[in-house]
Design a protein around this ligand. Structure first.
Ligand code: SAH
Length: 345
């Protein structure tokens, strides 16, 4: 299997061309084509000699990310993309416009093996990891399609980013590379279901990115019912790792909490959650669960979600209810890919 050229950082690329007896600056040129001009086709790299391209092609290729479908929300302009990968697999990405700039939500894996009971991405398990280049490719393809700048990236699409740790970190470094999109770590958010060892490792990377934790329950017993990963790591271990992350980076944490009617949205849930997070520099993002037919879960009424929020606020917890975007376009992670794969649309 050939390796993905777009996943290499500048130094690696320079070393590769030097290894092929070419001058280092050729590596810089190729990096510029890939990450500044964002081409994903060797033939467009005008100033790179054909002999070098041919030598590169012995070992490398560019793992392409090609638009297969796009759905645009009539309500808020959110766009959901389905991209086809070089091997015929599909991933989803979402483009959102906010007052503070445009944001892209990227997938980190084809499918997922975490098994969260409310999530459509995991229904068929993990197919494969994405390369750093394939994650970048989602952002680049959306920039090309919209003709707009992207200022924020959230790694909250399909997949568990910390189950594909090295590629995700490479992706984040490429995203903030000064010769690439130059997006500061502060404008990148990575969301994990709570792989504790990786949270600690990520804290040590000193990347100044935002870390979001998918908590979704306020005690281990309940969490185990909806998230199998809770059998491997306790909430206490997660909170301890979060404290470590904060001490190392000074970055405020985000906790995601998907509200599922009758499962985790009671008053007791809210008070247990507030005790858990007391004293932690954090923000809670409540997400009314996006119903997926297969899960049977329902989202709470607006009033119930508001009551949950009020309860947390009374305990001085910083909390918002996520603005629902793109509900009319298969908004929940993994839904569009499944529908196309199952030939429903
Ligand atoms: N694996 C990462 C990224 C997942 S997607 C993680 O677990 O954080 C980003 C967020 O959407 C997670 O908090 C995930 O739990 C949540 N999510 C997935 N499916 C959902 C659904 N149907 N409704 C609401 N939130 C959902």
């Amino acid at each position: 299997m050939k390796k993905d050229l777009r996943s290499l950082n500048l130094i690696e690329l320079q070393l590769v061309v030097e290894g092929l007896s070419e001058k280092k600056f050729r590596g810089t040129q190729i990096f510029d084509w890939l990450h500044n001009k964002q081409v994903q086709d060797f033939s467009k790299m005008g100033n790179v000699p054909n002999a070098l391209k041919e030598k590169l092609l012995d070992e490398y290729m560019i793992y392409t990310v090609t638009k297969a479908r796009m759905q645009e929300s009539k309500e808020d302009g959110t766009r959901k993309y389905l991209f086809e990968l070089h091997d015929g697999e599909y991933v989803e990405s979402v483009f959102m416009r906010y007052a503070h700039g445009n944001s892209v939500c990227v997938s980190s894996q084809v499918g997922c093996r975490m098994g969260c009971s409310f999530c459509a991405s995991t229904l068929d398990g993990l197919v494969r990891n994405l390369t750093a280049g394939e994650m970048l490719g989602q952002v680049y393809a959306i920039m090309e399609d919209t003709g707009e700048r992207i200022s924020n990236v959230v790694i909250m699409g399909s997949g568990e980013p910390f189950d594909n740790y090295d590629n995700v970190v490479d992706f984040m470094r490429l995203l903030s590379h000064e010769k690439g999109l130059n997006i500061s770590g502060r404008n990148i958010t990575v969301s994990t279901c709570g792989l504790v060892d990786k949270i600690r490792k990520f804290a040590d990377e000193e990347m100044s990115a935002t870390l979001a934790i998918s908590l979704h329950a306020s005690n281990d017993e309940k969490r185990k019912r909806i998230m199998p990963v809770a059998n491997s790591f306790s909430i206490k271990e997660i909170i301890d790792a979060c404290k470590y992350f904060f001490d190392k980076t000074g970055r405020r944490l985000t906790f995601e909490y998907s509200l599922i009617a009758g499962v985790n949205d009671s008053e007791e849930d809210a008070s247990e959650l507030s005790s858990l997070l007391r004293g932690l520099n954090c923000h809670v993002n409540l997400i009314p669960v996006n119903p997926v037919v297969e899960t049977g879960y329902k989202s709470p009424s607006k009033e119930a979600a508001q009551a949950f929020k009020n309860k947390l606020e009374k305990k001085s917890i910083n909390v918002t209810i996520r603005r629902e975007m793109g509900r009319d376009i298969d908004g929940a992670c993994g839904q569009l890919r499944r529908r196309v794969k199952n030939q429903e649309i």
